[in-house]
Design a protein around this ligand. Structure first.
Ligand code: FUB
Length: 372
């Protein structure tokens, strides 16, 4: 099966559910000051609805800046590029910023805030971004392929959270792979987490430098790890050599590469809750968002469980943010394109903790969020 195609089981479930209701619904969303209509699959099947429907959006990284919710998503497009195992059909070329004053409020699309034409070092595939604020400046971190077709992570700067952002001339020195997530710790230190397998090229860096051939560990060897580095004071570079983010099992042993339903694939996120560090990530071809707990932003982390069941579409991505004292999960699925995995839409739902600090697993279908 090609990477990033809708899993057969989900497609089958989708057909079963959909065949009872052949009708489609018209969703109306407010965006960029206009209203547009799109045909969508039966909306009643889903726990949450797309935040916007006039463009395809994915990989939502949400933050609260100056009391307003800002979402930094990928901007999915159908570039007509055939699907392959490297995810070439994820051929995004710009970023938009979305914002809203509260969960459930109207969503504003601030338009194109960074175009690949204005990134001197980049050639194609602007994948999952994140943003951070420091001292009144806003930093958009984004992966893209450089002119040698190697994924790097760039940074672009603005005086306001909704951009536009001015890209640096070069990617972050020493950066590689995809899916940057920037976490501000309670002591004011910023860390970047990143990495993605397969199309994200993490498996080509196992020697410490880029090799065009893939190098995956054996199933009974430790899984490849995401990376973390503290950011420099100016937020434009790594302040230290990247470190491995270790994710261990309940016995303190590293998760193995063959442990596909638990080991890291892509889509890092970090948040802190009750003094504990929660590292969350996608398990890739098993389609979960999983999480692991640690006592330091560097880890090691101990695998705890799933926080999101598989969604419609191959990929799964997320961010977790506290808004007015309640925690929220931003994620995506492919509802608007009825399962086209590279044409996604961002959503939000509440995230709940159990008393012991574990997270209640979210089921993205119907209203069946359940504890785990
Ligand atoms: O959006 C392109 C890639 O797909 C992201 O970088 C991954 O996290 C996955 O969502």
């Amino acid at each position: 099966m090609h990477r990033y195609t809708t899993p057969i089981v989900l497609t089958f479930a989708w057909m079963l559910l959909g065949c009872e209701r052949e009708n489609t619904e018209t969703l109306t969303e407010q965006a960029a000051g206009t209203r547009t209509e799109v045909e969508a699959a039966d909306a009643s099947l889903f726990l949450a609805q797309p935040l916007v429907s006039h463009i395809y959006t994915a990989d939502p990284s949400a933050h609260v800046f100056n009391g307003r919710i800002y979402i930094y998503p990928s901007h999915d497009v159908d570039a007509g590029i055939p699907r392959d195992d490297l995810g070439s059909h994820f051929a995004m070329r710009d970023y938009h910023v979305l914002s809203m004053d509260k969960i459930g409020g109207g969503v504003v699309d601030h338009g194109v805030v960074l175009d690949i034409e204005n990134v001197p070092w980049a050639s194609r595939q602007m994948w999952a971004p994140d943003a951070a604020e420091k001292d009144g400046k806003y930093f958009l971190y984004f992966p893209a392929k450089d002119k040698q077709d190697i994924f790097r992570i760039g940074v672009a700067v603005s005086d306001v959270p909704n951009g536009p952002f001015q890209a640096q001339n070069k990617p972050i020195q020493g950066s590689f792979s995809t899916d940057p997530a920037v976490f501000k710790d309670t002591d004011g230190t910023y860390y970047m987490y990143w990495g993605g397998l397969w199309g994200g090229q993490l498996q080509r860096w196992t020697s410490g430098e880029y090799k065009p051939e893939d190098s995956y560990p054996a199933n009974d060897a430790p899984a490849l790890t995401p990376k973390v580095a503290r950011l420099s004071d100016d937020m434009l570079s790594y302040a230290e050599k990247p470190r491995d983010v270790l994710i261990n099992d309940e016995n303190g042993r590293p998760l193995l590469a063959g442990d596909r339903s638990r080991s890291f694939f892509e889509a890092s996120w970090m948040h802190k809750y009750n003094g504990k560090y929660y590292f969350s990530y996608s398990t890739g071809d098993t389609h979960f968002v999983a999480y692991a707990l640690g006592d330091s932003p560097y880890g090691p982390f101990t695998y705890v469980g799933k926080l999101l069941e598989p969604v419609l579409g191959w990929t799964t991505q997320h961010s977790i943010v506290e808004i007015d004292g309640r925690w929220h999960l931003f994620y995506h699925d492919s509802q608007l394109s009825s399962g086209e995995t590279h044409l996604r839409n961002v959503k939000v739902t509440e995230l709940k903790y159990n008393e012991d600090g574990t997270i209640q697993t979210v089921d993205a279908y119907w209203e069946s969020s359940s504890g785990s």
